[in-house]
Design a protein. Structure first.
Length: 339
């Protein structure tokens, strides 16, 4: 267990803020010594989805416990072979390292979520997703400790109430549990998930009708880094806004006014609009407001051009939100967590 105070190393925006106390959890012994934990506190994964709007007056717990293990092999209902695996990863594992570990060991299903910053423990909280896949499609069980009592508890997939960039851990159980590990249901048989148009197009360009798991992951990583800044090079929190979901009638009205608008059917009478398209066509792509800016390759991403505070980032976000509302009548919701 390490005790610190500077938050800059623990958020990918590179915001220079401090906490009253930062506790870095490195193993199970550290977790046992953590309780009782006094309020206020915040549990931090990789810091890739947060904006510190000033100093945090409380305790920040940073999860850095490591470990990945195969805990079970099962047969699916379609075969007698043992083709399903349950894999447990500790909450502090870097998500991208976990994806690469699974691919290397022939445990498949995570490939489309390669190159996403953050930790394993944060993945179910945010229900991270990209390129046609979400964490909810893989999570079997979330293992946690209730902070007020120190009691261990497990949450099955259906108990996590997963939704678009959301879960029970962001809503009614927010701040109540410390996620210690996550169990994933994966497969020993690889089947490429190519439902996302950009992925299918990239495979076609490379004449890869039947890519390997590694080839698919490499292609998705290339697609991702072609439009997103690498956290080690430019401070950001990835996609800053959620893609807004509107009714079909609202979408049809927008489509008539803006024929090029990008959207996808979201089921049950709804469409999901591309927030990046709205921001770009509101004129914000590549623009700066002080030391905060909109990334010039992907308007959904806000970046720190150097020395930006949380207040600078939020000032830019609020200006974008107001402009998109004025031009399109659509309200953007922040995906990033503001502290």
């Amino acid at each position: 267990m390490k005790i610190e105070s500077a938050l800059k190393p623990y958020n990918t925006f590179g915001i220079d803020a401090k906490a009253d106390k930062i506790i870095v959890i490195e193993d199970d012994r550290d977790i046992a010594r953590l309780f009782p934990l006094q309020k206020p506190y915040y549990i931090l994964g990789g810091g890739s989805n947060v904006v510190f709007d000033g100093d945090y007056h409380g305790t920040v717990v940073v999860m850095r416990n490591k470990g990945i293990r195969l805990i079970a092999m099962e047969q699916s209902s379609f075969t007698t072979a043992l083709d399903t695996v349950l894999v447990e990863a500790q909450a502090g594992e870097i998500w991208d390292d976990f994806v690469k570990y699974c691919i290397a060991h022939g445990w498949h299903g995570t490939e489309n979520l390669v190159a996403i910053p953050g930790t394993v423990g944060a993945a179910p909280v945010q229900n991270v997703g990209a390129y046609g896949l979400e964490a909810k499609d893989l999570v079997e069980e979330v293992r946690a400790i209730e902070i007020s009592t120190g009691e261990k508890q497990s949450f099955r997939n259906d108990e996590c109430h997963f939704a678009y960039r959301n879960s029970i851990f962001k809503q009614e159980l927010s701040g109540r549990y410390l996620i210690t590990s996550v169990v994933f249901r994966l497969s020993t048989k690889f089947s490429a998930n190519t439902n996302y148009v950009a992925v299918a197009n990239a495979l076609a360009e490379r004449n890869l009708a039947l890519p390997s798991a590694q080839q698919l992951a490499d292609i998705i990583a290339d697609i991702r880094w072609a439009k997103l800044p690498r956290p080690e090079d430019v401070g950001s929190a990835g996609s800053f806004f959620k893609n807004p979901i509107v009714t079909n009638s609202v979408y049809e009205t927008l489509r008539k006014r803006h024929p090029g608008i990008v959207a996808h059917a979201a089921g049950d009478g709804f469409h999901k609009l591309a927030a990046g398209w709205l921001i770009e066509h509101a004129g914000w792509k590549g623009r700066s407001l002080g030391p905060a800016a909109v990334w010039n390759k992907q308007a959904l991403v806000l970046v720190n051009n150097g020395g930006a505070t949380g207040r600078d980032i939020l000032r830019l976000a609020d200006a974008i939100t107001a402009d998109v509302k004025d031009k399109f009548g659509v309200t953007l919701e922040k995906e990033a967590i503001i502290l």
